[in-house]
Design a protein around this ligand. Structure first.
Ligand SMILES: Nc1ncnc2c1ncn2[C@@H]1O[C@H](COP(=O)(O)OP(=O)(O)OP(=O)(O)O)[C@@H](O)[C@H]1O
Ligand SMILES: [Mg+2]
Length: 639
């Protein structure tokens, strides 16, 4: 049983008071008993003395009347004394009246040396032998426990006796018998009982009062403790006070102030911790790699959201499990892991192919054991999508190649422009001075058109490489798509295609340059029109992918051959008669400028799907890749 501090305090004080009251009561009882017994003894002595005097007087009166014993033999002397007592009215009335002197005396008798009663306050006792009773003085001088046992045990009779002697001849004193005063233990007890009862009541009242007082006092004294306890409860629940709950200058006040200080420190630590956690969560969410961190006991403490697609279990369900439980027997990654008992051993750059719904997936796996001064501190498992890495690498290569090519050819184009202008001028001069024959005229015409073509190409190229100033504004992608489709509707109709647009009613805004994105989307839709046979379908969709808006443009057209897939984003690459090959190069550049992504899937004879990811307004400032929804990964881009 758990007692509260208040109960313990009250109990301790009550027990202390009870002990003191018991001690005082014991002393009082001992004193009361001794006093009562002494008083009874004194009374008995007084009564016995009076009776003794009366006996002597009775014998003296008999002698004065001329009475004498027949002989000095014991029997004659006894008979003489008895007659003297019987004749003495004083003695008899004294014996009667002395009974009332004390409430504890219940009989007075005079007996001879054999204990046979000569005279008694109880007439029935006369001439009967009464055995000697325990002496009162033994009880008076007994210890407290003995006295208590005698008085509060079975009723007992005690005796106080005085010897009675007779002087018949000078110098011849003869013992005759004893004056015996009988006292009852029950009467003595009855005398002290009322005092004991009232003393008991006083003691009880005293104990009860002190218990009540102790309770009230402990409530007052311990009230700040419960306030401090409530303060601690609030702190552990994450609420922090600004003022101490006990505003006093004593120890409790100091404790409360110190707790307040600890609370502030805790709040700071919590804030730092939650900021760190948030950062960590953000970092983890942004990671394409699946990470699993195990503590020294081998239990998973941190699992990145991306790990789900490799291990096939939700991170929140796997947290706290052992590696052997996360990768049980039969798990596709189990064979590649190096188990040392229940823990994982180090593994470097292994590759495993997982079979899944979307086809086989190549996964790079490594396990690092983190040690500090030889002690294992944890284990880090890294799972990497090998294919997407390669894909990102090749995408990077494309942009780098384009950028490098752009830089070189922009310089070349600029240098080509001036000679081209002067060539045109000289051609004009040549035209003016030309003979009218058809052949030279034809040659000049050809030269003129070729110079025109070259001029157009140089201009286009210079246009393409000119830095674009982004005019970012929060835009409604849905509205933007509507505008693009409205503008493209005549081309779609002309190509004999149907349009299917799936646009959500509500969509978060994105931070984009509307003109550039309009152009990029138009290029996709127009390409779909050009490369799809009449009767085909163009589908346009918009959905959310984490912190990105994903726009898809699909067609049921002729598709792109695997070798062309590598080139479609290159400037001037075209398979369309009359096409310039600028559309997709521009689209790629514009999407890149927005920190977005462009992907596509295509199958010859079945169609092509282009997908553009644009950061939504809320996270437009966030680094590329942050907060992407990995629960719906895009299918691998094939080139
Ligand atoms: N939806 C599509 N279906 C099939 N092939 C496509 C599709 N979109 C693009 N292509 C291929 O990519 C090439 C490059 O496209 P791009 O838009 O850059 O140039 P273009 O359409 O040929 O000319 P323009 O510069 O006038 O747009 C196309 O010529 C075509 O081979
Ligand atoms: Mg095009």
């Amino acid at each position: 049983m758990r007692l509260s501090l208040k109960t313990k305090f009250t109990l301790a004080i009550s027990l202390l008071v009870l002990a003191v009251v018991t001690l005082v009561s014991g002393l009082y009882l001992a004193r009361l008993l001794r006093q009562t017994l002494r008083q009874s003894s004194d009374n008995a002595n007084f009564v016995a003395q009076q009776v003794l005097d009366a006996c002597n007087e009775a014998v003296q009166q008999a002698a004065e009347r001329g009475d004498a014993p027949f002989s000095l033999g014991a029997a004659d002397v006894r008979a003489y004394v008895r007659e003297a007592f019987d004749d003495s009215a004083t003695l008899n009335s004294l014996i009667e009246s002395d009974i009332g002197i004390s409430t504890t005396i219940y009989g007075i008798s005079i007996s001879d040396l054999n204990g046979v009663v000569l005279d008694s306050s109880d007439a029935t006792e006369r001439d009967k032998k009464i055995a000697m009773r325990p002496s009162l003085s033994t009880l008076v001088h007994a210890g407290l426990t003995e006295q208590l046992r005698e008085l509060f045990g079975a009723p007992q009779t005690y005796e106080f006796s005085l010897p009675f002697q007779l002087t018949l001849k000078p110098n011849d004193t003869q013992p005759i018998g004893n004056i015996r005063v009988a006292l009852s233990s029950a009467l003595i007890r009855a005398q002290i009982a009322p005092e004991l009862i009232s003393a008991g009541y006083v003691a009880l009242a005293f104990v009860l009062c002190s218990t009540l007082l102790a309770f009230v006092a402990s409530s007052i004294i311990l009230a700040p403790v419960s306030r401090i306890s409530a303060q601690l409860d609030r702190i552990s629940a994450g609420h922090f006070d600004s003022e101490p709950v006990v505003a006093r200058s004593d120890e409790l006040g100091a404790v409360s102030t110190k707790i307040l200080g600890i609370g502030k420190q805790l709040r700071d630590v919590r804030e730092i911790f939650s900021a760190l956690r948030e950062n960590l969560d953000q970092v983890m969410t942004g990671l394409e790699d699946g990470l699993l961190l195990f503590n020294p006991e081998g239990r998973a403490v941190l699992i990145s959201p991306a790990a789900e697609k490799f291990i096939g279990g939700r991170p929140e369900e796997l947290r706290g499990l052992r590696a052997s439980e996360i990768f049980p027997e039969g798990h596709p990654l189990r064979a590649a892991l190096n188990f040392e008992g229940d823990q994982l051993g180090p593994t470097e750059g292994k590759e495993v192919t997982l079979g899944g719904q979307g086809g086989p997936q190549r996964v790079g796996l490594s396990v690092q054991v983190i040690r500090e001064r030889g002690t294992r501190m944890g284990t880090l498992v890294t799972l990497r999508d090998a294919e997407s890495l390669e894909r990102i690498g090749s995408q990077l290569q494309v942009s780098e190649r384009l950028a490098a090519l752009g830089r070189v050819t922009a310089g070349v184009a600029h240098e080509v422009k001036n000679p081209l202008n002067s060539m045109r001028l000289w051609l004009e001069v040549l035209k003016a001075n030309m003979p009218i024959e058809p052949e030279p005229q034809q040659a000049v015409k050809m030269l003129d058109s070729e110079i025109d073509r070259l001029d157009r190409a140089v201009k286009t190229f210079l246009n393409f490489t000119r830095p674009v100033e982004l005019n970012l504004e929060e835009s409604d992608l849905r509205g933007l798509l509507d505008e693009v489709l409205d503008a493209a509707r005549p081309s779609i109709a002309k190509a004999g295609l149907t349009l299917q647009a799936e646009l959500p009613a509500e969509f978060p805004r994105a931070l984009v340059d509307q003109q550039l994105i309009h152009q990029a989307l138009s290029n996709l839709v127009l390409n779909a029109c050009y490369f799809t046979e009449p009767g085909g379908r163009i589908s346009v969709g918009l959905r959310r992918a984490g912190d990105y808006g994903a726009i898809e443009v699909s067609d049921t057209g002729k598709g792109i051959s695997p070798e062309d897939q590598k080139k479609i984003f290159q400037l001037f690459f075209t398979t369309r008669p009359g096409g310039s090959g600028i559309g997709l190069a521009n689209t790629f550049r514009f999407v890149q400028l927005h920190n977005g992504q462009i992907e596509f899937e295509s199958e010859l004879g079945r169609g092509t799907t282009f997908r553009i990811l644009l950061p939504l307004a809320r996270t437009a400032e966030a680094p590329v890749g942050a907060g992407r929804d990995f629960s719906q990964p895009f299918a691998a881009e094939k080139r």
